[in-house]
Design a protein around this ligand. Structure first.
Ligand SMILES: Cc1cc2nc3c(=O)[nH]c(=O)nc-3n(C[C@H](O)[C@H](O)[C@H](O)COP(=O)(O)OP(=O)(O)OC[C@H]3O[C@@H](n4cnc5c(N)ncnc54)[C@H](O)[C@@H]3O)c2cc1C
Length: 478
C-alpha cells in the first residue's frame, strides 16, 4: 500500500529549507501539498481593521502562486482550498488515505488555536499532526532556554544563544515529487476581490516593487547581497528611510516564509568567506536574532502579549480618543515626520524600522492611546506582518514590553537626525515640497507670509494636533 503524507503550508511558502516538505518527500510515496485561504485571516479584527489588508493579500496570493509553480516543476501541484484548515485537511485525509499531516509549528494564540482545531478534527482518523520547527534562525530545540526561561531582555537572550547554540544547515528542495492522485482537483488560487477585499495598487513611490514568492525573495537576496554588494555597509545604512538600498527589505518574504532565516544566514556566511566580513555583515545576523527573540517571547507570553498591560503586565491609564487615532492612522497629525511614515505605510504596506519606532512612540507615548490600536492597524497594513515581530515590537515601544528602559522618541530630533534635508518627508508629503530644509519638520513655525510663499495656505497641511512639548513634559514627569 503506497503511503501518502499531507504537507500543510502556512507561513512557510517555500520549497527550499522546508523541513516538512523535505521530510514528507523522503518518507512517503506521495505527498499532498495543501494551502488553505482561511476566511478568519480576511475578516475584521477586534478594532474593526482588516486582519489582512489588500497589499498583504496580494503578496500572499503571489507567494502561493509561486509555490504552486515550483511544485508543478517538480511533477506535482499545490492543492488550494478556501476554508478553515480544520475542515479542509480531514476531508483530504479521509479521501486519500493520508497517514500523517506535517506542519510547521507557529506562535501566536490564533495560530495555535487553529493547530488545536486541526488536531481535534483529525482525532477520528488515523493521521496524526506532526509538528516541525522552521520559523527562526536558531531552532527552538537548540536555544539554551526552555520557553518559560526565555530572558525578558534581548541582550542576554542573544549572547547565551550565540555562545551555546549553532544554526542548523538548510534542507535541500526536493528534486521530484509524485503527481497528485488522479481526479483530485488542485483548486484555484484566491483573488483579492474573492477574499472580500478591495484591490489597491502600491504607490510608485514605494521603496521597492514587492512581489510575493520564493523566486522573488531569492532574487532580492541575490541582488542585495551579491549584485549590489550592499551587505558590507548595512550597519551604516540601516536607519535610512528612502529607497530600496538602506536595508535588506527581506521582511515580507521572511514573514510569509518565502525565505528562511537560515537561507539568509548561509548567504551572509558565504559573503563573509568570499567578499568581506565586518560589523555590517554580522549586524544582519544580529537583526535576525531580534526576530527570533520576538518569536520566542510570543511563545512564552501567549495571550498576555495581546493584553493591554502587555507581556510585562504594566497598567497604564490610556486615553480613548478615536479622532486622535484617526489623525495618526491617516497621516494628518500635523507632524511631517509622523505623517510621511504613516502615508508610506498606507500607500505601500511598508515603513522603515526607524519610522515604525517613531510612529509607535508617538501613538502610545505622545498621544497616550492604547498601543493595541496601533498594533492592529499595522497588522492590517504591513506587507511583512509577523505576529511576534509586530506585537512584540509594539509592546516594546509602548512601555509594556521587553524594553528595560521604557524610552520614548523625541520625534523632532529623530526627524532632524535621520531626515536632515527633509527629502523623505517631501517624498511622501509633496505639499511640503517648497519648504526649505530647516522648516520642513516644523511647518507650524512659519509665518503667514511664509505659508503663502510656500503654498501652505488653504488647508495645504494640517496644524499640529497636540502641543508636543507639553506631551514630553508629561512623559518626563512620568
Ligand atoms: C512597531 C514596530 C512593528 C514592527 N512590525 C514588524 C512586523 O510585523 N514584521 C516584521 O518583520 N518586522 C516588524 N518590525 C521590525 C522591523 O521594523 C522590520 O523587520 C524591518 O523594518 C523590515 O525591513 P528590512 O527587512 O529591510 O529590515 P533589515 O534592517 O534589513 O533587517 C533584516 C531582517 O531582520 C529582522 N529584523 C530587523 N529588525 C527587527 C526588529 N526590530 N524586530 C524583529 N525583527 C527584526 C527582519 O526580519 C528583517 O527583515 C516592527 C518594528 C516596529 C518598531
Amino acid at each position: 500500500m503506497p503511503t501518502t503524507l499531507l504537507v500543510w503550508f502556512r507561513n512557510d511558502l517555500r520549497i527550499r529549507d522546508n523541513e516538512i516538505l523535505h521530510e514528507a518527500a523522503q518518507r512517503a510515496d506521495r505527498v499532498l501539498p495543501v494551502y488553505c485561504f482561511d476566511p478568519r485571516h480576511f475578516a475584521k479584527g477586534r478594532w474593526g481593521f482588516d486582519k489582512t489588508g489588500p497589499f498583504r493579500a496580494q503578496f500572499l496570493i503571489e507567494s502561493v502562486a509561486d509555490l504552486r509553480g515550483s511544485l508543478q516543476e517538480r511533477g506535482t501541484d499545490l492543492i488550494v482550498r478556501q476554508g478553515p484548515p480544520e475542515d479542509v485537511i480531514p476531508e483530504l485525509v479521509k479521501a486519500h488515505d493520508v497517514t500523517g499531516v506535517y506542519v510547521h509549528k507557529e506562535v501566536g494564540t490564533e495560530e495555535e488555536d487553529v493547530e488545536q482545531a486541526v488536531e481535534q478534527a483529525l482525532a477520528p482518523t488515523d493521521a496524526v499532526l506532526q509538528y516541525r520547527w522552521g520559523k527562526t534562525l536558531y531552532h527552538a530545540d537548540d536555544i539554551p532556554f526552555d520557553t518559560d526561561g526565555i530572558p525578558k531582555v534581548y541582550t542576554p537572550f542573544r549572547k547565551k544563544t550565540e555562545k551555546q547554540a549553532s544554526v542548523r544547515a538548510t534542507f535541500p528542495a526536493p528534486d521530484a515529487l509524485a503527481p497528485l492522485p488522479e481526479g483530485l482537483d488542485a483548486g484555484a488560487i484566491a483573488t483579492v476581490e474573492g477574499l472580500g477585499l478591495k484591490p489597491a495598487a502600491i504607490d510608485d513611490r514605494a521603496v521597492l516593487d514587492f512581489t510575493g514568492g520564493e523566486t522573488a525573495g531569492l532574487e532580492r537576496l541575490q541582488q542585495y547581497i551579491w549584485q549590489q554588494d550592499l551587505l558590507k555597509k548595512y550597519k551604516k545604512t540601516r536607519n535610512g528611510l528612502l529607497g530600496a538600498d538602506y536595508s535588506s527589505k527581506f521582511s515580507a518574504w521572511l514573514a510569509h516564509g518565502c525565505l528562511s532565516p537560515r537561507t539568509i544566514y548561509e548567504e551572509v556566511k558565504r559573503y563573509e568567506d568570499e567578499r568581506v566580513s565586518n560589523k555590517s555583515t554580522y549586524w544582519m545576523i544580529f537583526e535576525l536574532i531580534w526576530r527570533d527573540f520576538f518569536t520566542f517571547i510570543t511563545r512564552k507570553y501567549g495571550a498576555r502579549l495581546f493584553y493591554q498591560s502587555g507581556p510585562m503586565n504594566r497598567a497604564i491609564d490610556w486615553d480613548e480618543n478615536p479622532e486622535a487615532f484617526e489623525r495618526w492612522a491617516t497621516g494628518t497629525t500635523g507632524f511631517p515626520f509622523i505623517d510621511a511614515n504613516m502615508r508610506e505605510l498606507n500607500r505601500s504596506g511598508f515603513m522603515s524600522n526607524r519610522g515604525r519606532q517613531n510612529v509607535a512612540s508617538f501613538l502610545s507615548k505622545n498621544l497616550n492611546l492604547d498601543w493595541r490600536l496601533g498594533a492592529s492597524y499595522f497588522e492590517a497594513k504591513l506587507l511583512d506582518y509577523d505576529v511576534g515581530s509586530n506585537w512584540g515590537n509594539w509592546a516594546y515601544n509602548s512601555g509594556v514590553g521587553n524594553d528595560p528602559r521604557n524610552r520614548y522618541f523625541n520625534i523632532l530630533s529623530q526627524a532632524n537626525r535621520y531626515d536632515k534635508k527633509g527629502a523623505y518627508v517631501k517624498h511622501w508629503l509633496p505639499e511640503l515640497q517648497e519648504l526649505p530644509a530647516d522648516k520642513v519638520h516644523t511647518p507650524w513655525e512659519l509665518s503667514d507670509s511664509e505659508k503663502s510663499m510656500y503654498g501652505l495656505h488653504g488647508g495645504g497641511y494640517p496644524e499640529p494636533m497636540i502641543d508636543l512639548e507639553a506631551s514630553y513634559e508629561r512623559l518626563r514627569n512620568g
